[in-house]
Design a protein around this ligand. Structure first.
Ligand SMILES: Cc1ncc(COP(=O)(O)O)c(C=O)c1O
Length: 473
């Protein structure tokens, strides 16, 4: 028996594995709505079971696929389920699933352009197209695909540092005459804080700007904080606005923040990881007006574009900034494309060897087209509006105001904003029932709320009615 048999499998065995894969994937797509949304949470049981898989005796390939599929069925929150009203995790597009299989098989290596010209140019094309959708000028768009929004935000922080504080590249923060300082709100995604920590500028670099009654960045406070920080010798260099916050779908006042950033010489980053989907609909686009003035944008295709995880995009209006931030010269990477008008992704982004992230976005876009996505996104927004209405009718108090399909609410008699315990009790009842998944959050750092988001392009009014029923039970 050749030693690679367990790695490659015979043609006959591969055929059997493909059939089993198709059977379990099609079965999952057809039946996911009949499953419990949430799994039992028992780490000991899982570890005990896995401990028995010592790899001493090879398992049959078909049996292995079945085992993994059964285990996933029994032990995950089913984000593609109709009753999952969650954290921007979509039901994946079918073409996204197909593209991921294709990419796994062809295994294009996206470090060097010359290793995968087609996959690299697909990503360049998508970034160009998305940049135009966001309103950037076609002749200056650049960007990179990322693992997700967190990496895109991290990339934004690094490019802002490189652009505004060039000494940082050589000497780190020790080369700077003061504390580099950036501005977020309590509702910004925490990946920005994490990026500050791991990039070495530290948590002290973070200034949390208060929000207004709609959980949007307070402009007067932002200006005031920039002035007082300068007076203290700090170096303001970046403001991060969010277009569609994780908690409430709020959109910071982008035009006004752009004005302040431009006047003050700060890099203006817009985290549109989820809300960027609004750019695909002429009616929703106005909700994120001002995004076109950003120096850089985070957009997650694995959120509102519903491709399988992970697919983040960092887009910028500064064509040279990624190279200035990430360029590396070394003796071992391929030189096959020297002299051509290309960029090597390894010298243009945080990652090095990586898969062709953009392919699942490309195939989904090719097959659904702009119109398919517009319809899906507008349908989800309509379902969000319906959920808002139904919750109000059922006696819940809706707290947020956004055209995006995300609703935050509390029982009508919930009068103490800091009382998260009673909110968590409702959420836990729902989650433990296995009938639906919603979450809790704290808006603007002070208002506890239940949070439900339409994350699925398939969600119908009957699903929303069912959620209201489960919440009210
Ligand atoms: C507004 C926002 N930005 C960034 C992120 C991080 O994205 P990811 O989880 O894809 O890394 C999220 C995640 O939900 C988000 O909601």
């Amino acid at each position: 028996m050749p030693t690679s048999e367990g790695l490659e499998l015979s043609a006959e065995k591969r055929d059997a594995v493909w059939r089993e894969l198709v059977r379990v994937i099609e079965g999952y797509i057809a039946d996911v709505d009949s499953l419990r949304v949430t799994p039992p949470l028992d780490p000991d049981a899982l570890r005990k079971e896995l401990a028995a898989k010592s790899f001493a005796t090879p398992m049959d390939a078909v049996e292995a696929v079945r085992y993994a599929a059964d285990s996933l069925t029994n032990s995950q929150v089913h984000t593609p389920h109709a009753m999952y009203y969650g954290l921007f995790n979509p039901a994946p597009t079918f073409m996204g699933i197909a593209a991921d299989a294709l990419v796994a098989a062809f295994n294009p290596q996206l470090a060097a352009w010359s290793h995968s010209p087609f996959a690299a140019e697909v990503e360049r094309h998508l970034i160009q197209q998305f940049g135009i959708r966001f309103g950037l000028s076609a002749d200056s768009i650049d960007g990179t695909f990322c693992s997700g929004g967190a990496e895109a935000n991290h990339t934004a922080l690094l490019t802002a540092l490189t652009d505004k504080l060039p000494a940082y590249q050589e000497a780190g923060t020790a080369g700077l005459p003061g504390q580099p300082t950036l501005y977020i709100t309590a509702d910004s995604h925490d990946s920005v804080r994490k990026a500050a920590r791991v990039s070495g500028i530290g948590k002290r670099a973070i200034r949390v700007v208060p929000t207004d009654a709609r959980y949007r960045m307070d402009l007067v406070a932002l200006s005031r904080m920039i002035q007082s920080d300068r007076e203290e010798g700090k170096i303001p260099f970046l403001v991060v606005a969010t277009a569609g916050t994780t908690g409430s779908g709020a959109v910071d006042p982008l035009h006004e923040i752009a004005d302040i950033a431009w006047t003050e010489g700060l890099w203006f980053h817009v985290d549109a990881a989820w809300g960027g989907g609004a750019a695909f609909s002429p009616t929703l686009r106005k909700a994120i007006a001002g995004v076109e003035r950003a120096d850089s944008i985070t957009f997650d295709a694995h959120k509102w574009l519903s491709v399988p995880m992970g697919a983040g995009v960092y887009i910028t209006r500064h064509p040279k900034i990624l190279t200035r931030t990430f360029e590396t010269v070394n003796p071992y990477m391929p030189r096959d494309a020297s002299g051509l008008d290309i960029v090597d992704p390894f010298s243009h982004s945080l990652q090095w060897s990586r898969r062709a992230i953009g392919m699942k976005v490309f195939l989904s876009m090719l097959v659904a087209g702009w119109d398919g996505y517009r319809e899906a996104i507008e349908h989800q927004a309509a379902m969000g509006a319906y959920l808002r209405e139904r919750l109000a009718d059922a006696g819940w108090r809706v707290l947020n105001d956004t055209p995006m399909p995300l609703v935050c609410f509390v029982p009508a008699n919930h009068t103490d904003p800091s009382d998260r315990a009673s909110i968590d009790a409702i959420v836990q009842r729902v989650v433990r029932s296995g009938d639906a998944w919603v979450s809790s959050t704290v808006l603007g750092g002070k208002q506890a709320a239940i949070r439900a988001c339409i994350t699925k392009y398939r969600t119908q009014k009957a699903d929303v009615d069912r959620l209201v029923e489960v919440l009210g039970a």
